[in-house]
Design a protein around this ligand. Structure first.
Ligand SMILES: [Zn+2]
Length: 352
């Protein structure tokens, strides 16, 4: 669909030929804004919803369309995003973002990651014949880094520091070299928003969606997708959104529960996939929580460990700690506050 890009910080606007994902004026992050109301697509899986994506020549690699399975708890459904090719929902964003880099003629992309994003970007870059330069944080998952190195020809640069340090280094490097900056930016968000379409088309009665939050791109993408569906009349009401972070790194949870703005937190958790001290889309996540009268839940590493074990025993699913955060949050809400209506927990992150 025809679109323009708008800066979320200074409101500057750019046409779709603007080959960058950050604002030239203030370095703020951009948002895809469509020319009109999206003609709501039908179908059930990722590429069925291409008309809700920015206009582009996408190769239809097998992403998305992951199954939704009923859990042992009545009313809880698990959306198995770990069934994507590189083991996480990042593929839904990478397949769009890397196609855009290719369209704009880039031969190199740069990205910062704690592991999952790096693997996904490297995977789809290779398919498009693009070289990936990956800046990884010192808490990145070493098993994933091995996968990236061994199969995807990516150049790995280790940063002494957390994800936000790696992010700064990646942005600086892309500017210096003139490479495409990929990662948690506008095109990725458009791809990942289609998880909302998949959930509502396959489970129209979903009343709650529990979403793991690292950089909050998935959360704000799902929120954007749901608003589009509501604006077009496809759904009548936005489901309640529930954000989950690790207790040892919970900037969005803390800000929402104390009604303040996002403040940086030093990540202290083994759940590396969601260990982000200052989320890029944190403010948008707070808006999604407020508008949907949502909930923000922090889960401890021990709670995630227990949920990981439970998921394996009950459903035979092996996920990483950050990947089971939403399941752990469900267990916590269920025992404390109660939760009503059909609930979808997004399970993502590594069969490692
Ligand atoms: Zn700007």
């Amino acid at each position: 669909m025809d679109y323009k890009l708008k800066c979320l910080q200074c409101s500057a606007e750019y046409g779709s030929t603007y080959a960058n994902q950050v604002c030239a004026r203030c370095n703020g992050i951009l948002e895809v804004v469509y020319a009109g109301r999206i003609a709501m697509p039908s179908g059930r899986s990722f590429w069925d919803f291409e008309s809700a994506l920015p206009k582009g020549a996408y190769k239809h690699y097998a992403v998305g369309g992951t199954n939704i399975v009923a859990s042992e708890d009545a009313g809880l459904f698990l959306k198995l995003e770990l069934r994507n090719q590189t083991g996480s929902f990042k593929d839904l964003g990478s397949v769009i973002e890397v196609a855009k880099a290719y369209e704009y003629g880039y031969k190199d992309v740069v990205c910062a990651s704690t592991g999952n994003m790096a693997y996904s970007i490297a995977y789809y870059s290779k398919l498009y014949g693009i070289r990936a330069h990956i800046f990884i944080s010192s808490n990145a998952n070493k098993d994933k880094i091995y996968d990236i190195r061994s199969t995807n020809d990516a150049i790995i640069k280790e940063v002494d520091g957390d994800f936000n340090k790696a992010l700064d280094a990646a942005a600086l490097y892309s500017r210096k070299k003139g490479f495409f900056l990929s990662g948690d930016y506008c095109y990725r968000k458009e791809g990942q928003k289609l998880i909302a379409y998949e959930i509502m088309q396959n489970l129209p009665g979903a009343a709650n969606i529990i979403i793991p939050v690292g950089n909050a791109t998935l959360f704000s993408g799902i929120y954007k997708g749901l608003r589009e569906m509501k604006a077009s009349g496809r759904i009548k009401k936005l489901p309640r959104l529930i954000a989950v972070e690790a207790k040892g790194c919970s900037p969005v949870v803390d800000a929402f529960n104390s009604k303040s703005s996002i403040k940086y937190r030093i990540p202290k958790t083994k759940a590396d996939a969601i260990a982000v001290g200052f989320p890029t889309f944190g403010t948008q996540a707070l808006e999604g929580l407020n508008v949907t009268r949502g909930m923000a839940v922090a889960v401890t590493d021990n709670e995630m460990e227990r949920s990981k074990e439970k998921l394996y025993k009950e459903k035979g699913i092996v996920a990483e700690l950050g990947g089971v955060a939403s399941f752990a949050a469900y267990e916590k809400i269920k025992s404390k506050n109660g939760i009503h209506g059909a609930t979808v927990a997004i399970i993502s992150g590594g069969n490692i």
